[in-house]
Write a protein that binds this ligand. Structure first.
Ligand code: FES
Length: 108
């Protein structure tokens, strides 16, 4: 584990070059799959499991700031993690992201 600015404990998961603009990628962190999304240059980190039935969100699609699960089409706002319907009202589990130099850290 790495401490960043004494704010909390953060784990390095990637380098900024590992994820292109408007793409998503899965990284394994402490036995969890973290879905990292680069939305217009801003990074967002989520548990890769869909809150509907737990299937991996990575197989979904990203259009603008909306992430759609590939299994039953639940939609989520990437900026807020909130559900946009239709099959669940549960929000995505999010993780704070910090960038230091070119390294990406998430708080787990
Ligand atoms: S598991 Fe994602 S919508 Fe059902």
């Amino acid at each position: 584990m790495t401490k960043v600015n004494d704010v909390g404990e953060y784990v390095k998961i990637a380098e900024t070059k590992d994820i292109s603009k408007n793409q998503m990628q899965v990284f394994n962190v402490k036995e969890r799959e973290i879905l990292l999304i680069n939305l217009e240059g801003e990074l967002h980190a989520f548990d890769n499991r869909c809150p509907h039935m737990g299937y991996p969100l990575f197989f979904g699609s990203l259009k603008g700031d909306t992430l759609t699960c590939g299994f039953h089409s639940a939609k989520f706002n990437v900026k807020t993690g909130k559900s946009l319907g239709p099959v669940t009202s549960e929000r995505l589990k999010t993780f704070p992201v910090k960038i230091q130099n070119s390294s990406v850290f998430i708080e787990v």
